[in-house]
Design a binder for this molecule. Structure first.
Ligand SMILES: *Cc1c(COP(=O)(O)O)cnc(C)c1O
Length: 229
């Protein structure tokens, strides 16, 4: 088995253990393999091991990979910051976008989503770390942003995404993820049909699963340490 296949199995085991501790079914948590900076061969190795959903942060890098491997019927999630002038290729090629933090981008994706494709699946990114994070909308703005997105054709609102400030303290990890879940639950209570909480990365997936994550986004624990140079 390849190292990537071994690592995928180890991550699945971490998800199952965390789910068991939380009294949740492991099937209620999807693993998104974050392949940013890794070459196509790594995506192929993971796909050969049965991994289906992949996350990318950079538009051109993601498009290059997903077009090269289009025949494999994989699912592609855009999870990085998205600028207005890069929205079209995302609307035309990706299945999901997790990083919506303002209505303007959602409106562009809505008008640019080709009619022959299923709706683009959308998560609103919320900032629960205040000044420590530049990404995500203010928690107070999330309900109105979610409501507005539900009216846009070509988009299907699925839930919330968050990247809390990194910390090694499990209690602090839990507290940040709990905050995201509370925002999610308040929006559901207001009547929006959310079913997705995208939270948890290599170092904190256990805390995220304990607080209700339905998608964990894992890069390093599958592919290794990234080298950005
Ligand atoms: C890079 C990245 C991940 C994966 O992080 P790891 O710590 O490598 O697991 C998850 N989510 C987002 C938004 C990322 O940019």
């Amino acid at each position: 088995m390849s190292a990537i296949a071994d690592n995928l199995q180890a991550v699945q085991a971490r998800i199952s253990d965390a789910a068991a501790l939380a009294g949740r079914s492991p099937d209620s948590i999807r693993l998104l393999a974050v392949s940013k900076t890794w070459p196509l061969a790594c995506v192929v190795a993971a796909a050969d091991a049965g991994q289906r959903a992949f996350g990318e942060n950079y538009v051109q890098e993601g498009i290059d990979k997903l077009t090269a491997i289009a025949g494999r019927n994989l699912e592609w999630h855009f999870i990085g910051p998205l600028q207005s002038n890069k929205s079209r290729p995302v609307a035309e090629h990706f299945d999901w976008v997790h990083s919506i933090e303002r209505l303007k981008i959602a409106e562009r994706l809505s008008s640019q989503r080709p009619a022959y494709l299923p709706p683009l699946q959308i998560c609103v990114q919320v900032n629960v770390s205040g000044e420590a994070s530049k990404s995500g909308c203010d928690p107070d703005e999330a309900p109105a942003l979610c409501q507005a997105i539900t009216t846009l054709p070509g988009l299907q609102l699925r839930g919330l995404m968050a990247i809390p400030e990194p910390t090694d303290d499990p209690a602090a990890q839990r507290a940040a993820f709990r905050r995201v879940r509370e925002i999610y639950e308040s929006i559901r209570a207001a009547g929006l049909p959310l079913d997705t909480l995208s939270m948890g990365m290599s170092h904190d997936l256990e805390a995220a699963v304990a607080e209700g994550a339905t998608i964990v986004r894992i890069g390093t624990a599958i592919f290794g340490e990234r080298n950005y140079t």
